[in-house]
Design a protein around this ligand. Structure first.
Ligand SMILES: NC(=O)c1ccc[n+]([C@@H]2O[C@H](COP(=O)([O-])OP(=O)(O)OC[C@H]3O[C@@H](n4cnc5c(N)ncnc54)[C@H](OP(=O)(O)O)[C@@H]3O)[C@@H](O)[C@H]2O)c1
Length: 325
């Protein structure tokens, strides 16, 4: 089959389409003929050599895909050949075929094309497992999402609105904020021109928000603590603003705050299957109702993966960038 190979750690130009061996199918896996895959920030880190695939995972990038099941491992019971599905992968999506444990596979949601279905597994599993399963974001609470126009952000806005939250977002341009509002965000904060702590306080009568979904890490840590309400929860999923910082911890006690973090890719297949089950139960119905829609910015042929990475690193996109084998 053909796959995108990271020929050496480096810039987008190291991504090259090459002929490689087909994946080996394990007993609990299905083989998917990939119709589409989507980019995630982590792919750019893997390309640069700073985010190696977990042990046993495919060396090729790609954390999600959609496509048709082509063959079944001998212990597979949930799926049959010909099923149209999408899947959460530990790697290997940038290819014509990929093998994946059956528990990480989801049906294509009703009303969504096979191509666009690839935009959901990674964002749905990340957002559901963090701010809903772990931070227990509930109806009537307020949520601040950093990077509202990201793949993660555009999904988080929609599902949080659907579940009855008041949603705040940060983004780096007025155009991005306008888009976030068009899909449900209540309050848009331009992080380049506004102080998000002051704006959050102003919009919440001085209280702060209940939950924050953060992709910045160190650079926002103190300001995130300062933006939380009593019993607030900060969930960190990314370190775009660095990994170490000094922080005044007093707010943790005074406001009874919880700080959590998690990475999806390094979870065990059993743990991922549990999340995928919860996503099927709680998120897929919202997509079927048309309340959560795919947000696809641009699709490239798989051979143009380098161009797609350049677009992601320029941060001009809103939502997901797809690759089509
Ligand atoms: N832990 C996990 O399991 C997990 C899983 C998936 C994703 N993630 C993380 O989630 C984040 C989003 O991922 P993605 O794939 O959706 O990437 P993406 O579409 O490339 O989004 C990156 C986002 O970061 C925003 N950003 C950059 N600097 C910012 C700042 N100072 N303040 C606020 N926002 C800022 C960008 O906003 P502007 O363009 O407006 O600057 C952009 O929306 C990444 O950090 C990724 O590593 C974590």
């Amino acid at each position: 089959m053909k796959a995108i190979v990271i020929t050496t750690p480096g810039g987008p130009e190291v991504l090259q389409l090459q002929e490689v061996e087909d994946p080996q199918l394990r007993d609990d896996e299905v083989l998917i003929r990939v119709h589409a895959t989507a980019l995630n920030r982590a792919d750019t880190l893997q390309r640069k050599g700073s985010y190696p695939p977990p042990k046993g995972a495919s060396p090729y990038p790609g954390l999600e895909c959609s496509g048709t099941i082509e063959s079944l491992g001998k212990n597979v019971s949930k799926w049959k050949i010909g099923d149209q599905v999408c899947a959460l992968l530990a790697g290997g999506g940038y290819a014509e075929k990929v093998a994946v444990p059956e528990g990480q596979v989801l049906p294509v949601p009703p009303g969504v094309s096979l191509k666009d279905a690839t935009s959901f597994p990674e964002v749905a599993c990340t957002v559901w497992s963090t701010i809903f399963m772990m931070s227990r974001l509930s109806h009537g609470e307020t949520l601040l999402i950093h990077g509202g126009s990201s793949g993660i952000g555009t999904f988080a806005i929609q599902i949080a609105k659907y579940r009855g939250s008041r949603v705040f977002v940060t983004a780096g341009s007025e155009e991005k904020l306008a888009f976030c509002k068009s899909i449900g965000a209540d309050v848009g904060i331009n992080y380049k021109t506004e102080d998000f702590v002051a704006r959050v306080k102003e919009e919440t009568g001085g209280q702060g928000v209940d939950v924050i979904l953060d992709c910045m890490g160190a650079s926002y840590y103190q300001r995130n603590l300062d933006s939380l309400n009593f019993d607030g929860r900060l969930f960190i999923i990314g370190f775009q603003g660095g990994v170490s910082t000094e922080v005044d911890l007093r707010a943790l006690l005074g406001k009874r705050l919880t700080v959590q973090g998690a990475g999806l890719r390094s979870r065990s297949p059993e743990n991922k299957a549990l999340i995928v089950d919860e996503v099927a139960k709680n998120v897929w119905p919202a997509i079927a109702e048309g309340k959560v829609k795919p947000v696809v910015y641009k699709s490239f042929p798989l051979s143009e993966a380098a161009e797609a990475h350049r677009l992601m690193e320029s941060s001009q996109h809103i939502g997901k960038i797809l690759l089509l084998p």
